[in-house]
Design a protein around this ligand. Structure first.
Ligand SMILES: *Cc1c(COP(=O)(O)O)cnc(C)c1O
Length: 354
C-alpha cells in the first residue's frame, strides 16, 4: 500500500503522562483512505489530525452507517512498540461492515495502516508503566444524499489517543446495574458488530444506571430479558462453583478480543469455561447461595474490570466482599504482562511494530 504523507507544521505539545484520561488527547496525525465504487480503496494518506469534510447530507449523519474498532499500542520494557492481535480487530471490522453493507478493508491493509500511523506518531506512545496508545479505526458512509441504500463512498480513518493506567490505584471493583427495561441487541440485529448505532441506543440505560449510582449496565437478552449478555463496553464472565460461565457468541453479543484471550488463558490455567446461556435468576441465586465467587468484565480499555455489586429489580448482591478476586487479578496480571511484553507470549498474540 502506498501512503502519501503530509506532515503537520505546528506539532502539538504532548500532555503530562500522569494526567492522561481515556480518549481526551489526540496525536498530531491521522490515517485516511477512501473507497468508491469506481476505484475501490485508494489515496491512503497520513495527514495532520483535524476536521473531516461533512456535507450536511452525508449519509452517516442520517442513517448511522458507521463501524469502528479499538485496540492499543504498547511499549515493551526495551521501549519497542507492539500491538495485540490486530488481525482479530481487522477481521471483526470486516464482519461488522458486511452486516452494515459497507466496503470491506482486507486484513493486511488494516494492519498495515495501523502500523503506519502508530509508527509515524510513535513519540506519542507514553512510557510510564501501564500507559498505552489507544487506536481508534473507524469507517463511515461519506456520500451526500438522503436516500437509504449502501453508499458509493466510504472513508476509513484511524485516530490515536495516549491513555493512562486504567487503574492508577490498583484494580478496583465496579457496581453494575442489571437493566430490565431497555435492551441492546437481538439475534438478527447488529449486536455482534462494533457500530456506533449500538451505542446510540445504549446511552439511555447508561444514564439510568448512573442516576442510581451504578457505573455500568449489565444487558439481558433482547427477547426474554432473562439471559445475561454483556456489560456496557465489555464482555462479562462469572465464576460460579469453580467454573467460568460467559454468554455464547450467537449474534447478539460482541466477540471481544479480550474475551477470546481470557478464555484461552482460563483453559490454559486448567479452568472449565462454559459458553452458555446464564439466566439472571441463576446468577442472583448463585450470588445469594455464596456460589458466585468472582465476576468481571473484559475489554480492551480496562482489560479486566472486577464486578463488586449487582442490582437487579431493586435487589442488591455483593460479590467477593466487593474485593478483586484472586483469579480476576491473576488474569489481569497475565494478560497485561503479555501486552506490555513482560510475560512470555506463548500464544503468539504480540505483533511487533518495526
Ligand atoms: C468493543 C466491545 C467489547 C470488548 O471487545 P474487545 O475486543 O475485548 O475490546 C465488548 N462489548 C462491546 C459492546 C464492545 O463494543
Amino acid at each position: 500500500m502506498e501512503i502519501r504523507i503530509e506532515r503537520r507544521k505546528d506539532l502539538k505539545d504532548k500532555p503530562d503522562q500522569n494526567q492522561l484520561e481515556f480518549g481526551k488527547y489526540f496525536t498530531d496525525h491521522m490515517f485516511l483512505m477512501d473507497w468508491t465504487t469506481e476505484k475501490g480503496w485508494h489515496d491512503a494518506r497520513i495527514v495532520p489530525y483535524g476536521a473531516l469534510p461533512t456535507d450536511p447530507a452525508t449519509m452517516v449523519l442520517h442513517y448511522a452507517q458507521e463501524t469502528f474498532e479499538g485496540l492499543k499500542a504498547y511499549r515493551d520494557p526495551q521501549g519497542n512498540v507492539q500491538l495485540f492481535r490486530p488481525e482479530m480487530n481487522a477481521q471483526r471490522m470486516i464482519n461488522s461492515n458486511r452486516r452494515l453493507c459497507m466496503a470491506e478493508l482486507p486484513v493486511d491493509m488494516f494492519v498495515e495502516a495501523v502500523e503506519a500511523i502508530v509508527k509515524y506518531d510513535e513519540e506519542w506512545i507514553p512510557t510510564l508503566p501501564e500507559t498505552s496508545l489507544y487506536i481508534r479505526p473507524f469507517m463511515y458512509a461519506a456520500q451526500p444524499g438522503v436516500g437509504v441504500h449502501p453508499a458509493n463512498h466510504y472513508i476509513f480513518c484511524i485516530i490515536l489517543s495516549p491513555v493512562g493506567n486504567y487503574y492508577p490505584e490498583g484494580v478496583n471493583p465496579v457496581k453494575i446495574w442489571v437493566e430490565d427495561e431497555y435492551v441492546r441487541a437481538v439475534k438478527g440485529g447488529t449486536g455482534f458488530t462494533k457500530c456506533g448505532g449500538n451505542y446510540a441506543a445504549s446511552i439511555a440505560a447508561q444514564v439510568k444506571a448512573e442516576e442510581h449510582g451504578y457505573t455500568q449496565v449489565l444487558w439481558l437478552d433482547g427477547v426474554h430479558r432473562k439471559y445475561v449478555e454483556e456489560v456496557g463496553t465489555m464482555n462479562v464472565m462469572f465464576k460460579i462453583d469453580g467454573k467460568i460461565i460467559t454468554a455464547p457468541l450467537e449474534g447478539s453479543v460482541l466477540p471481544g478480543v479480550t474475551r477470546d484471550s481470557i478464555i484461552t488463558l482460563l483453559k490454559d490455567f486448567g479452568y472449565e469455561v462454559e459458553e452458555r446461556l446464564l439466566s439472571i435468576d441463576e446468577l442472583m441465586d448463585a450470588a445469594k447461595n455464596g456460589k458466585l465467587e468472582e465476576a468481571f468484565g473484559t475489554g480492551t480499555a480496562a482489560v479486566i474490570s472486577p464486578i463488586g455489586e449487582l442490582c437487579y429489580k431493586g435487589e442488591e448482591v455483593i460479590i467477593n466482599d466487593f474485593k478483586t478476586g484472586e483469579l480476576t487479578q491473576k488474569l489481569y496480571d497475565t494478560l497485561t504482562g503479555i501486552q506490555w511484553g513482560k510475560v512470555e507470549d506463548k500464544f503468539n498474540w504480540v505483533h511487533k511494530v518495526k
